[in-house]
Ligand binder design. Structure first.
Ligand SMILES: Cc1cc2nc3c(=O)[nH]c(=O)nc-3n(C[C@H](O)[C@H](O)[C@H](O)COP(=O)(O)O)c2cc1C
Length: 254
């Protein structure tokens, strides 16, 4: 009789736990709502989406910052949180190709690279801004991105990325191409705008006078918000990341 009662109590406990678990799962997977007019601004996500914007310029509040701020404001208006991170003007260590990151899963040099790898784990999207230096990404940002992606690209995969460049006059598309290459080797969807993501000017005030450039930034922010919400809606509908194949590395040695 005692054995029967103990068995009965254990079964009752298991059943209660199963019911509780399924109720919790059902409440966690509440479908996202989109307004009946299809307006994605009405879309609600279970967690607040966050985008990290990195300013690679030595000028904290310069032209690149002015462009990034316009993108950030458009994202905020769509309910997406933003953080603008300034790399600063101190020398940035370049990659020494030591390969330690394969084992450490971070860079062997403890600086902003590892700080951003940590931050990236909690971010939903990324925007990298660089001033144009001799038709390319500036030196600080190049050294930073080489190490960041070599050590931490897995934390960027399947999260949208966008590049923004700021120039007085020329070299913008070459610089954009350079920045986009970090995304396109890392399984990241690339966000675009109505034109290539660039602003022109030598001072923040001149950048604000580039009305087309500022509009490109606002469109970029809205497009990034739309893609973030679309990815989230897909997740809530049960869509999972594509299955990755075992990686093949074929060096050109033949
Ligand atoms: C070393 C150096 C190289 C530059 N090269 C270019 C260039 O190739 N093309 C260009 O249009 N502007 C060039 N500029 C100007 C900057 O790209 C431009 O002023 C930019 O908007 C500055 O952005 P910031 O205020 O965020 O630093 C260069 C500036 C410096 C300091």
């Amino acid at each position: 009789m005692l054995v029967f009662t103990a068995f009965f109590c254990a079964m009752a406990l298991v059943c209660t736990l199963i019911v509780r678990c399924s109720q919790k799962r059902a409440s966690e997977s509440q479908p996202a709502t989109i307004a009946s007019d299809g307006n994605h601004s009405e879309f609600t996500t279970p967690h607040t989406m966050r985008v990290l914007l990195i300013n690679g310029s030595p000028h904290e509040k310069g032209c690149t910052y002015t462009a990034l701020s316009e993108v950030a404001q458009a994202l905020n208006a769509e309910g997406v949180e933003t953080e603008i991170y300034h790399l600063g003007s101190k020398p940035m260590q370049g990659c020494t190709a030591c390969g330690s990151c394969r084992k450490l899963k971070k860079c062997v040099f403890e600086d902003q690279v590892n700080e951003i790898i940590e931050k990236a784990k909690t971010m939903d999207g990324f925007i990298f801004g660089s001033p144009v230096y001799y038709s390319g990404v500036n030196g600080t940002m190049t050294a930073f991105l080489n190490r960041l992606f070599y050590a931490g690209s897995s934390h960027f995969a399947y999260k949208p990325g966008a590049a923004v460049v700021s120039a007085r006059r020329a070299g913008t598309t070459a610089t954009l191409d350079q920045l986009n290459k970090y995304f396109t080797i890392s399984n990241m969807p690339v966000v675009s705008s109505q034109y290539w993501n660039m602003v022109h000017g030598n001072t923040p005030d001149e950048v604000r006078q580039d009305l087309e450039g500022m509009q490109i930034m606002r469109t970029l922010g809205r497009n990034m918000a739309w893609l973030l919400k679309s990815i989230e809606a897909g997740k809530q509908a049960g869509l999972t990341r594509p299955e990755a194949e075992q990686r093949i590395g074929t060096n050109f040695i033949r």
